[in-house]
Structure formats: C-alpha cells, structure tokens
Write a protein that binds this ligand. Structure first.
Ligand SMILES: *Cc1c(COP(=O)(O)O)cnc(C)c1O
Length: 411
C-alpha cells in the first residue's frame, strides 16, 4: 500500500486530542488491531483494578455488609449514563440485559395505552429486538418496515400505533436515524418512541430529552467497555415513570423492599424498573468505562470518530474497492455511527483470515458484511492504515480462500 497513508496516519495520531486515553486500556499485544469495540469493548485498567478490589475487599472481606456500598450502584451508573445520552439523572437506571429491558418497556407501554395495540419497527433492527417485539404482539399488530435512511415510517404510523421502536445506529450498516425528526413524526400520530442506543451510546452524542423521546434502552459492553454480559440501561422520560408498570415485579423494583411487605407497591422513581438483585460485579467495570467517556467528552470523541471513519473510508475507496469491496456505511456525517461496514462476496472467509492470519479483528455480519468498529479512546489512525494494508494483502493474494468452508459458532 502507498506510504502516503501511513504517513498521514502518523500525522493524524500526532494531533489526536484523545491520544492519552489509549494507556487507560489493557493492551497486551500491540500488534493486534482490535476493530471490534462495537461488539465487545476493551478492558479498562481502572475497571480491572476496581473489579479486583471489589472481589477481594468488598466481597471477600466485607461480605454482606458491603451491600451498603453497592446498593446505589445501579442508580449512580444511571445518573452517569444519563449525561452520555442527554437525559435527566433520575430518568436512567442500569439493570438486566438490553433484551429484557426492551421487553419490560414495551410491555409497560402496551399496558399503559391498551387502545393502541400496534408497534412499528424495521427489518434492519437487531434480531433480538425483533424477536422480543414478535413475542409481545400479534403478527397483525407488528409492522416491520424496510429500514435504512430512506425508510418510510410515516406510512405505517396511525391512530392505533403505540410505539415506534428503532435501533438508533443500525448494527449492520452503521447508519444512524434522525432521532428528533422521527420522534416528532411518531408523536404527530400520538405514538411514543423507543430507541435502542446499543450502537450509539459512547459512540456519538445522543440527546433523548432534546428529541422528546419517551423510552430508550442500550447496552454497556460495546462502546462503554463494561465487559461481557455487563448489565444494560433503560431510560423513561420523567413524566411517564409513574405511568408505566414494570411487568417483572421483583423486589428491587418494590418500595421499601426490606420491609418484606407481601403486596407489591412500585418504587416511586426509575428504580421501579429493576427486577431482582443487581449484577454488582458486572457493573463495576461499566462505571470505569463510563467515567473515561465522560472525561474525554462525547463531542471530542465524535469529532475524532468522524475523522477516523473518514480516513478509513477514504482508504477503502482507493485501496479496497478495486478488490471487490463496497462501502456500505453512509458518507454523510449525520447519518454515520462509529463503525464502517464493507460488503464483499467473500466477507466471512476474509474475516476469518484477518483474525487467524493477520491479527486484525473486525467482525462479520451475515450475509456479506465486514464491520470495522472505531473506538477513538483506543483506536489509532496508524492501526487503521495498517489494517487496510493487511486486508489488501489477504485479498490480493487470495490467501483467505482456505476459509471458504469454515462456519464459526460466534462471529
Ligand atoms: C448488542 C445489542 C443488543 C444486546 O442485547 P442483550 O440483551 O444485552 O444481549 C441489543 N440490541 C442491539 C441493537 C444491540 O446492538
């Protein structure tokens, strides 16, 4: 590959205002180019050491008395995540998985307005979200519109629509919906919106309050670097908190749980959306990840992310398009998240060759998408240039062909 790219990368890294954050992460192999932070974020050093302390001191030594220290963690984390997504501190809580939170909020919305039975979503949504919606509705009540930036949601919204339920940044293409415009459209039909922020939180600034959005959920193990299976968050606009009922009426959502009353009364605030005992150990690295993002600032992160995705797309256009790749991610900044998707007919075999033979970790999304996640807190421009050069090598020499017959369990 032309030397000009690595020279430009060096220059861009030199003036990257976020450069110092890379040393906050556990990076054991400097040659490994990790471009899958949109699937599983890296381990933060602070998260690692806080987790060790929590195990040794709080659990090991403190035992049950450490609950005094832990009990507020879901709300405290909610208050911090609220700053990343333009919400008020008392509108967000960390609990359960994204799928479970989706179930809880959709169920609550359907129950709050039973005369509105219909839900509108799109076919580019994350399959788990579609499965949950399919489980909560009758087939005739679920409109699954063709998705993407030109999707026509207006046609599907009507007087019986309860919710417009979308993933803000699409998991395959990396395209981003206009949250404010679509929330307004839904509201014009009397519908609420529910935004899945899994690929947006920590990747780009989000402003739920500014959009007037009613409900949201999101994951913490991608751009928030919370670790595998770390609990998710949910958001409910403040005026709706007491209107909605959590369908999983566990004791952590109950008022004065430790009075052990036999009849359920929900807690007055956002805490009512918890179910059972919070996953304390899994939440500890989430806090470290969120603190780093708050220190760096989402505006700065967005600006570097766009420079990085621009740089990657520019290289892809020049070096990879002649080798059969096509850039799927939108070119307009407003429509782009923080990963770049390239389509190639041999995407899976190339993905496996990159991982096994070239120390580049992207991921593959069926049928022909290779995703390259860009996480400005630890990705460097030099890594992006080197990754493109390694892809060029693998594809121009056809050394990926031996992987054509392989079907891995997790991509
Ligand atoms: C990653 C992701 C999820 C994850 O759901 P879990 O229940 O936490 O496994 C959900 N929705 C979207 C859009 C995602 O990208």
């Amino acid at each position: 590959m032309d030397r000009k790219w690595s020279q430009r990368a060096e220059e861009l890294d030199g003036r990257n205002p976020l450069r110092r954050f890379r040393q906050e992460f556990e990076i054991t192999d400097q040659k490994l180019i990790y471009l899958d932070g949109n699937s599983l974020g890296r381990l933060t050093l602070r998260g690692h050491s806080n987790l060790r302390d929590a195990i040794q001191e709080d659990w090991g030594n403190g035992l049950v008395s450490s609950w005094g220290k832990w009990i507020d963690l879901p709300s405290r984390l909610g208050r911090k995540i609220a700053k990343l997504i333009g919400a008020k501190p008392h509108e967000v809580i960390v609990c359960d998985s994204t799928s479970v939170n989706l179930y809880k909020l959709v169920h609550a919305a359907l129950r709050a307005r039973p005369e509105r039975t219909k839900i509108v979503t799109d076919r580019t949504n994350f399959p788990s979200d579609l499965y949950v919606l399919q489980g909560l509705t009758n087939p005739e009540d679920l409109s699954q519109v063709e998705g993407g930036p030109s999707a026509q949601f207006d046609l599907a919204l009507g007087p019986e629509t309860n919710l417009l339920c979308l993933t803000h940044t699409l998991f395959k293409s990396g395209a981003v919906y206009d949250m404010k415009a679509l929330t307004a459209k839904a509201q014009a039909a009397g519908a609420w919106t529910l935004w899945d922020l899994s690929h947006s939180v920590g990747a780009l600034p989000v402003n739920l309050n500014d959009a007037g959005a009613e409900l949201a959920i999101g994951c913490t193990y991608k751009y928030l670097n919370g670790g595998p299976g770390a609990p998710a968050f949910l958001y409910v606009r403040e005026d709706l908190i007491t209107t909605l009922r959590n369908p999983i009426q566990g004791w952590f959502g109950a008022d004065r749980a430790f009075d052990f009353e036999l009849d359920y009364t929900p807690r007055p605030g956002i805490e009512r959306f918890q179910a059972g005992t919070p996953n304390i150990l899994s939440m500890i690295p989430v806090e470290a990840g969120v603190d780093l993002l708050l220190e760096a600032g989402m505006e700065e992160i967005r600006s570097v992310s766009l420079q990085m995705t621009d740089f990657f797309i520019e290289m892809a256009d020049e070096v990879l398009t002649p080798l059969g790749f096509e850039v799927v991610t939108p070119r307009a900044h407003a429509l782009r998240g923080s990963h770049v998707s390239l389509r190639h007919q041999d995407a899976l075999a190339i993905d496996l060759a990159l991982i096994n033979d070239a120390k580049v970790i992207p991921d593959f999304r069926s049928p022909d998408n290779l995703r390259f996640g860009i996480t400005p807190l630890y990705t460097t421009f030099a890594e992006l240039a080197e990754a493109v050069s390694r892809i060029e090598n693998i594809v121009s020499r056809k050394s990926f062909e031996k992987y054509r017959a392989v079907k891995p369990a997790v991509t």
